[in-house]
Design a protein around this ligand. Sequence first.
Ligand code: GDP
Ligand code: MG
Length: 422
Amino acid sequence: MSIEVIVGANWGDEGKGRMVDYFAQDADFVIRYQGGNNAGHTVINEFGEFKLHLIPSGVFSKKTINILGPGMVLDLQSLVEEIQSFKEHGIDPKIYISERAVICFPYHRYEDIWEEERLGKNAYGSTRRGIAPVYGDRTIKKAILMGDLFFPEYLETRLRQIVDWKLQIAKGVYGKDNPFTFEEIWEWTQKWSKPLLPYIKNTNEILEQAVKEGKKILFEAQLGTLRDLYFGIYPYTTSSCTLSAFAPIGGGLFGYPPDRVIAVVKAFSTCVGEGPFVTLMEKEEADQLREIAKEYGAATGRPRTIGHFDAVATKYGVKVQGATEIALTKLDSLTGRKTLKICTHYKFENKMFDDFPINPILEKSEPVYIELPGWDEDISKVRRFEDLPQNAQNYVIEIEKRVLCPIKYISVGPEREALILR
Ligand code: GDP
Ligand code: MG
């Protein structure tokens, strides 16, 4: 038996999807344990190029069962369409959906949009998929669980009460007069839940059994430490817990701590959405790297903000994840740069520090850099650490020294096999 968790140590988009796809080759189960269709995990393998939003990245492996865990929020329509798109590519996804996962309704999406519009220039940079409203509803106990779909009378009673309340909010807070009706929401629910019913299970039982049989289990996170609801750049975080410590809860597997936590770290910094970002790269340099590295959001297509490697944020990101090792991605994207900067400290009110602070300090922090020489050689075909140019090796070693965790994997291309094991 083995239990592994793959998480992001940065702001998300570190390349978790490609690492899960790699590790899933011999996994019996892959479990997404938080988030919704605001995720965008890119996987490139023998089947082609895919952007996964709700379906775990283990879906390409024949032996792997993929679970959408109780910690997730599921837009039914989006899930049906994602399953359909896999079928069109000749892949029939082997999935189970937890009966305790929560449904993300169209009114969650509307609320997300209305609230971002109300906030104007102070908006959170939401993906506008309804994620914050639906997690909010879960917390204040106004959510509907996937398992409720099997009990139409129960579902109707609860949904009527909730829709009635939502309509009051729509009018009172946002001035929207009856923007939807109960009947519309009911029809949407009926239409899009029907194809999903066969997948909905008590997934806790399935996993409990799997552990007893000594199966290999992999948890897949969405986003990264710095967008975590509790330890990220609050309030510019997501609305769920992106940490490895949440995997047992959001995945539904109790009493078995993970054997390994693999933190995925990008060889430079990127973020999408709002919030403080200390190591912002100079515009021209950033524009160039964005094109080389194709840094556009997988869920929204938004251009990602680009920064130098932030060792302060990453050290924290790795520590908070309880990482046992690091997978460093996109080293190849840095080829051709004369020098590379690593931010080792932040400066705030003339004091230097290397602990990641809360936002009021973060927003006023200046980066302090060291600078390392770059390399020009194409490294995308390299498969042994010793075969990397000396300056690339030095860059990796310097990062490892700063973030205090062994770098065991280095990826040098988006394809499954473009990986160095160290
Ligand atoms: P995730 O959200 O953490 O799964 O990451 P995304 O898939 O959103 O973003 C990572 C992007 O980098 C994707 O477009 C990947 O195909 C790509 N990628 C991942 N690893 C590498 C790598 O080592 N080199 C290059 N050039 N691209 C990579
Ligand atoms: Mg992504």
